[in-house]
Ligand binder design. Structure first.
Ligand code: ZN
Length: 441
């Protein structure tokens, strides 16, 4: 057990040059492994005339073709059940997980070898340790422990660190809140949406989370906007850290350290994170919005090299945080999805930007964004707001204020606002689905 502030000081604080040299060695090795063991990758690379030998410098990664979800889905459908991108017979795997299948998509099937699984918990340890989780902590996972990979890896990282884990797969929200208080839990892990729900449930039960032992909230599973994070920190009286991963690549690829730089550090000794213009596929500079394309060195059973994530991010240098880590930072974490942008009457609307505004108002308990049109004509957007019970009275005034705020932040676009009845909007434990697109239906 390290007494350092870093889980892996050797690689989290080495020079950028050393980091790049390490990435190059790992990249060549991984491409070579993928070509040798996975027929899918062999086909892909032979068709493009590339191999490990064509990679001389790190920039040569751009010679490698992309891999995306559609191609993975296709081989999975053509050669059930895993497709020919697995590098070993399925009986050599120890873990099976399914993606959450958001937006009505078919889920992807993922397998991990013992080595892959060990790597996943190691990557989580970078994040948990970096945010201050220690063997003396009691960590509560408000998580279902099902086929969705979610916090599974984080659970194993806690065993590695030596923290006490309290699983809660079988508990409802009410019981979870009671357990958190009764068991003197110090660290709570949940999606940001569910962490709000837990806090509201505590208020309902008359439990004061601010005076409980909880001092760290670690959120994952969906992007967390600044206003939501602030709300969580207030309601829980704890520091909140953002982490993000992806079932396909590894369940944590970035984490917020205890210095809370307003973004998440990349784990650059285990991943190469490119940020590209989604249209031209050319790299964009620091501070510019682009699509994340990720190469993961730890997933051996299903190699992921230049995987297009559709996540929108803005990379800033590691020096914008003073913790001393060498991993660059995604400012604000994941900022949205390339495919989540709505075009409403010529104006770009991101659900995240709406959430950023709505969460400024503590009177709002839940919300939903509905996009619709009549007779295939003019697109309309309506934000449906559900108020915290007992907050009625001034709802009309508040709705006009929120409507004005939304309009001001969207180039004058008319965004309808309507009140939803108490408990009428869906609640979420895993990934929140607040966007309902009813256009052309
Ligand atoms: Zn830092």
């Amino acid at each position: 057990m390290t007494s350092s502030a870093y889980w892996n000081p050797k690689f989290e604080t080495c020079s950028k040059d050393d980091l790049r040299a390490l990435q190059l060695v790992k990249l060549k090795k991984h491409v070579s492994w993928a070509m040798e063991k996975s027929p899918f990758h062999r086909r892909l690379y032979e068709a493009s005339g590339v191999s490990a030998e064509t990679i001389i410098t790190l920039d040569d990664i751009r010679k490698l073709p992309f891999m995306d979800r559609a191609a993975w889905m296709k081989v999975q459908a053509e050669q059930p059940v895993f497709g020919d991108l697995i590098t070993a017979p399925r009986e050599q795997a120890i873990r099976y997980h399914l993606t959450s299948g958001t937006s009505g998509r078919q889920p992807l099937r993922v397998l991990d070898s013992p080595k892959d699984w060990q790597w996943i918990s190691e990557c989580w340890a970078y994040g948990f340790w970096g945010f201050g989780v220690r063997p003396t902590d009691t960590v509560f996972f408000a998580f279902s422990y099902g086929s969705f990979i979610g916090f599974w890896g984080a659970h194993y990282c806690c065993e590695k660190i030596g923290a006490l884990v309290i699983p809660s797969g079988n508990m409802n929200t009410e019981n979870r809140v009671r357990q958190i208080v009764e068991m003197d839990v110090t660290t709570v892990c949940a999606t940001p949406t569910y962490a709000i729900r837990l806090a509201l449930e505590a208020e309902k039960q008359g439990l004061d989370l601010r005076s409980s032992a909880v001092n760290k909230l670690i959120v994952s599973g969906e992007p967390v906007v600044g206003a939501t994070k602030k709300l969580l920190e207030e309601k829980w009286g704890a520091k909140c850290a953002d982490t993000a991963g992806m079932t396909e690549i590894g369940t944590i690829m970035m984490f917020e350290c205890s210095h809370q730089p307003g973004g998440a550090h990349l784990i650059e000794d285990h991943f190469i994170e490119e940020v590209l213009d989604p249209e031209t596929q050319e790299p964009v500079g620091y501070g510019e919005l682009g699509e994340r394309v990720v190469t993961s060195f730890g997933r051996g059973f299903i190699p992921l090299i230049r995987y297009r994530t559709s996540d929108l991010v803005k990379k800033v240098p590691h020096t914008t945080c003073d913790c001393g880590r060498n991993g660059d930072i995604y400012e604000g974490g994941i900022l949205g999805r390339v495919d989540n942008m709505l075009l409403i009457r010529g104006t770009n609307v991101y659900p995240r930007a709406i959430e950023e505004i709505v969460r400024e108002y503590v009177q709002i308990e839940e919300f939903q964004i509905k996009v619709w049109n009549t007779d295939y004509l003019v697109d309309e957007i309506t934000v449906r707001l559900e108020f915290v019970p007992g907050c009625d009275g001034d709802n009309k005034d508040l709705m006009s204020t929120i409507a004005a705020d939304l309009k001001r932040n969207h180039e004058g676009l008319r965004i309808n606002v309507e009140e939803a009845a108490t408990n009428s909007l869906p609640r979420f434990e895993l990934k929140a689905k607040r966007l309902v697109d009813e256009r052309n239906k």
